[in-house]
Ligand binder design. Structure first.
Ligand code: ADP
Ligand code: ZN
Length: 613
């Protein structure tokens, strides 16, 4: 292979000027026959790391992916740029499968995407014994690790790959793997002295923000005002809240579709297709939605309930802004979430050790919600990201609106002693009633008005107390004990506070957060607002893209990404050569779509009568 060969493919096939980050080094390692492990964030450009070797090396490249929904679009996108690719999974008819196998056998395919459970079936193995396989890429490689957040039994069998393909380089790729998960991947996939490429986890175009939950619907609405006409995902914990939020958003004039495992497969498929193929659709979903969503122009991911842990949060928010344009990761979190999630951990059927892992992961997530320093730095620190910047990012809620902290040591002491005095068996609501001296039935039933802590917290409102309790839970000074119906109990750490050895600085719960948030989000997106005449051209280009896409029955972004359309708007190419200069325009797409797009540009650059005279 010539040294400049990969770059030539990148330019001619994909229409990109240069490699990003370590792409070139990864491609060289793979082409040299080296086992390789790549950790690169979503949107970083993992696909070309195996696609370009697939084009350069003699034979068929196999791509193992658990994301069946994604395969069709990925293969479609490859076919669009003139690459010969196909997939094998359970959605194919017997005849279609036979056809793919025949093409593989005749050496007509460069890439074959395949679901893990198919790969090691005997007929598939028989096929591979008769074709030359030049590379095995294992996408979403974290699925092999129980320590990762998305363990899949099917992936364990992939340890056989080494004996099935002893001389074929294997490339494992994932967007999320901390040190332990990485070690697990190498071990479980039995990679042979792999070369590692770790890109760091930063997604600089994503603006992270977390708000205390007060009125979720109202907060969501004011957030959505900054995203008119954008595609986005709203995550909720339960099917019921998915349904209610989706229909409520529709009443508010949004195109919002529910998605959860309880819906009919056909309905789910339809909603996913509309999200992929139409502009400006919001999907309201449980975590059942998202695996296999490769839509590049998702402009926001909103969490109305807490995700399970940091890995899940990172994965879910990672679906925003794959195209590199500004995007929002926005989350609400409240006391109820904390209690509910820890109950889910306690009641799950997982083994004790697994529960402990999950509990400690939940605590880390909560602590992250309450950080008083740069949210991005804290996120990157969680993933032990060695490439993380030493300075605050200036592009997250904490950087833009640093929370004023207050000394909450005394209220915390009151709260903890009241938990203790009431017997460590009540939820926050009751303990707060006691603190605030509310004489109600429950208080009287347990004679809690007689306690020394009754009424010692009248100086704070109920809302302020909720904030204190939430943060005490988040920081591990209190725990919800689900053996005792979620009652709050002290932890070993509580002592230091009760004894006055630790000072506790907490965030205030600002009522004004909504308005500030809206402003903050606006400033982050200003670079994406086009001047009026450009906006007109953009709309026309999008309309053309829509027509071409539906004629070819592919999502619009498979024709061109928004970033490519923005490039066209900016440079207003006059001919094929100038169009080729735009990032994302390669030879195949130029031939297919070039004339159509140039024609639209021409209608917008005709000289005006004033200029002629
Ligand atoms: P990942 O799989 O890591 O999430 P993708 O492979 O889907 O990322 O790439 C993300 C986006 O970046 C895609 O639209 C891809 O075409 C684009 N891309 C990849 N490499 C480059 C490059 N060298 N220059 C410009 N765009 C690139
Ligand atoms: Zn920051």
């Amino acid at each position: 292979m010539r040294k400049d060969e990969p770059l030539r493919v990148l330019q001619q096939v994909y229409g990109y000027k240069e490699f990003r980050g370590q792409q070139a080094a990864i491609i060289n390692a793979v082409c040299a026959g080296q086992d390789t492990l790549v950790i690169m964030p979503t949107g970083g450009g993992k696909s070309v790391c195996y696609q370009i070797p697939a084009l350069l090396l003699e034979g068929l490249a196999i791509v193992v992916s658990p994301l069946i929904a994604l395969m069709r679009d990925q293969v479609e996108a490859l076919n669009q740029v003139g690459v010969s690719a196909a997939y094998l999974n359970s959605t194919l008819t017997r005849a279609a499968q036979q056809d793919v196998e025949d093409r593989a056998r005749r050496g007509e395919l460069d890439l074959l995407y395949i679901a893990p459970e198919r790969l090691l079936q005997s007929d598939t193995l028989a096929l591979f014994s008769r074709v030359r396989v030049c590379l095995v890429a294992i996408d979403e490689a974290h699925c092999v690790s129980a320590w990762g957040h998305d363990f899949r039994q099917d992936y364990l069998a992939l340890n056989q790959l080494r004996s099935v393909f002893p001389d074929t380089p294997r490339l494992a790729l994932t967007a999320t793997a901390d040190q332990r998960t990485q070690a697990d991947i190498v071990d479980k996939l039995d990679l042979n002295a792999p070369q590692r490429f770790t890109h760091g986890f930063d997604r600089p175009n994503i603006y992270y923000s977390v708000q205390a939950k007060s009125n979720a619907k109202k907060q969501l609405l004011s957030f959505l005002r900054t995203h008119n006409g954008d595609s986005g995902i709203v995550y909720c914990l339960s099917r019921r809240s998915v349904e209610s939020i989706a229909s409520w958003l529709c009443q508010q004039g949004y195109v919002a579709l529910p998605y959860h495992a309880g819906l009919d497969t056909a309905v789910r498929q339809d909603h996913q297709d509309r999200f992929l193929r139409e502009d400006g659709v919001i999907v309201v979903a449980t975590i059942a939605f998202g695996m296999g969503i490769d839509k590049p122009d998702v402009r926001f991911v909103a969490h109305l309930d807490l995700p399970k842990n940091m890995e899940a949060y990172y994965q879910e928010t990672g679906r925003a802004g794959r195209d590199g344009l500004p995007a929002d990761a926005w989350m609400l979190y409240g006391l109820q979430d904390v209690v509910r999630l820890s109950r889910m951990v306690d009641e799950s059927s997982a083994a004790m050790a697994q529960k402990q892992i999950e509990r400690s992961k939940l605590t880390r997530l909560l602590a992250w919600c309450e950080v008083t320093t740069c949210r991005r730095q804290a996120l990157l620190a969680y993933f032990d990201d060695p490439t993380a910047a030493q300075t605050p990012c200036g592009h997250c809620d904490v950087c833009v609106h640093p929370p004023a902290t207050w000394d909450a040591t005394e209220p915390a002491q009151k709260a903890l002693s009241c938990v203790y005095r009431t017997g460590q068996r009540f939820g926050a609501g009751h303990v707060i009633d006691v603190l605030r001296g509310q004489l109600n039935d429950k208080v009287e039933k347990f004679a809690h008005q007689a306690l020394s802590t009754f009424g010692i917290g009248r100086d704070l409102s109920e809302r302020q107390w909720r904030s204190v309790f939430r943060q005490l839970l988040a920081r591990g000074f209190l725990q919800a004990d689900h053996q005792r119906f979620g009652g709050l109990v002290l932890t070993p750490e509580s002592k230091a506070i009760l004894r006055g050895e630790t000072k506790l600085m907490l965030r205030p719960d600002a009522d004004k957060v909504d308005a500030e948030q809206v402003k903050a989000t606006r400033t982050t997106r200003s670079d994406y607002v086009l001047p009026l005449e450009d906006e007109d051209l953009m709309q026309d280009l999008k309309a053309l893209r829509g027509q071409l896409a539906s004629a070819a029955n592919v999502p619009p972004y498979v024709v061109f990404h928004d970033a490519t359309l923005l490039g066209i708007v900016e440079h207003r190419p006059r001919n094929a050569d100038e169009l080729l200069e735009i990032s994302g325009v390669g030879q195949a797409k130029l031939k297919k779509y070039g004339e159509d797009f140039l024609a639209v540009v021409r209608t917008h650059t005709m000289t005006t009568p004033a200029e002629q005279s």
